[in-house]
Design a protein around this ligand. Structure first.
Ligand code: COA
Length: 328
């Protein structure tokens, strides 16, 4: 039995932070940010809200579209690096806020590849016949861990995310067909949050040293991402005998337009097949792919060949090949 995405929902907060706004905070320019990343603006959440609110808003859209009740959900998986709390899991909070009383759930931590890791995990519960309705969320409130005095990171990240519903596919040729997921923990030093975990618990010193924010060595991450996201996307095509002409859409992690372009080139894809919304939201970490699927859902037709691809902190990376399950 295959698992298929049968509905999607996305959410971004109202508040916009433009490149011009960032010019007032750090030594940067709208021109530099746009030409190096493709980002024009990003969204930021209000104080008092959290990642669970992104998930809840996204799932509520799915329930409405499909006339489902929260009680119908069997399992909720949340991919995030900005959980509401260290524990309990954000998935527990999401199910409580929704009233999903029959669901169990857990969080997945794989940074920007989190949604792909969670989608792979969720699909297994459908494939083995254990569950009928699995919700997979990818969401991050990156503004909670971004230092708005660090121009290396604050220009990139934004808040937002989305969710998908996974159900058993009636047609064996439709749904999630193949996946390649990878990790290499030796890359952790190039992209991480230094303090706050069991290695460096919070102290006055860690706060003064600003170790609770995202640290990134941009150039190294860039090189890694360009090589590996392109390679894994090519590998999944070759393994499934797909040419660039066979692929209808690439939904790639939105971290940098130049990285997405390099991946599309390696896949020999025409530009109109490459889904892009980075200009509006920046990098929402685990949120980018469900947010893309939600923004472009109306374009997809039943049977379309879609490749999802991501890379992120860890390092983690991967690609998933699916055949879209419905006409919107
Ligand atoms: N505004 C203006 N100048 C900036 C800047 C900013 N926000 N950030 C860096 N610079 C400067 C640097 O100081 C450097 O100046 P120098 O040449 O005088 O030393 C110059 O611009 C080039 O910096 P560099 O870091 O080489 O730029 P880059 O082309 O690699 O772009 C990133 C920086 C962060 C946009 C890019 O490395 C990137 O996208 N990396 C991957 C990020 C990513 O995907 N992260 C998420 C992983 S999931």
């Amino acid at each position: 039995m295959r698992a298929a995405i049968t509905a999607v929902g996305g959410y971004v907060p109202e508040k916009v932070l433009t490149n011009k706004d960032l010019e007032k905070l750090v030594d940067t320019s709208d021109e530099w940010i746009q030409s190096r990343t493709g980002i024009k603006e990003r969204r930021v959440m209000e104080d008092g809200t959290a990642t669970s609110d992104i998930c809840v808003a996204s799932i509520e859209k799915i329930l409405k579209k499909r006339s489902l009740k929260a009680e119908d959900i069997d399992l909720i998986i949340v991919a995030t690096v900005t959980p509401d709390h260290v524990f309990p899991a954000t998935a527990n909070i999401v199910s409580d806020k929704l009233g999903a009383i029959n669901a169990w759930g857990f969080d997945v931590s794989a940074a920007c590849s989190g949604f792909l890791y969670a989608l792979e995990t969720g699909s297994k519960f459908i494939e083995c016949g254990k569950h009928k309705k699995v919700i997979v969320c990818g969401a991050d409130k990156m503004s909670a861990i971004v230092n708005y005095e660090d121009r290396n990171t604050c220009i990139i990240f934004g808040d937002g995310g989305g969710a998908v519903l996974l159900e058993p596919s009636e047609d064996e040729n439709i749904g999630i067909i193949d996946s390649i997921l990878k990790s290499d923990g030796s890359g952790r030093e190039f992209l991480h949050q230094k303090a706050g975990g069991s290695m460096n618990p919070p102290t006055h010193e860690t706060i003064d040293a600003r170790e609770h924010f995202v640290f990134q060595e941009g150039k190294t991450v860039f090189k890694f991402a360009v090589t590996n996201m392109a390679q894994v996307s090519r590998d999944i095509m070759d393994r499934n005998n797909l040419t660039g002409a066979d692929v209808d859409y690439l939904a790639a992690h939105q971290a940098n337009l130049r990285i997405i372009d390099a991946t599309a080139k390696r896949m020999e894809l025409d530009q109109e097949k490459v889904l892009i919304n980075i200009q509006k939201y920046g990098n929402t970490t685990a949120g980018t792919i469900p947010l893309l699927l939600s923004d472009f859902e109306s374009k997809f037709k039943k049977g379309d060949n879609i490749i999802l691809a991501a890379f992120g902190g860890g390092f983690t990376w991967g690609a998933i090949y699916l055949k879209w399950a419905y006409n919107s």
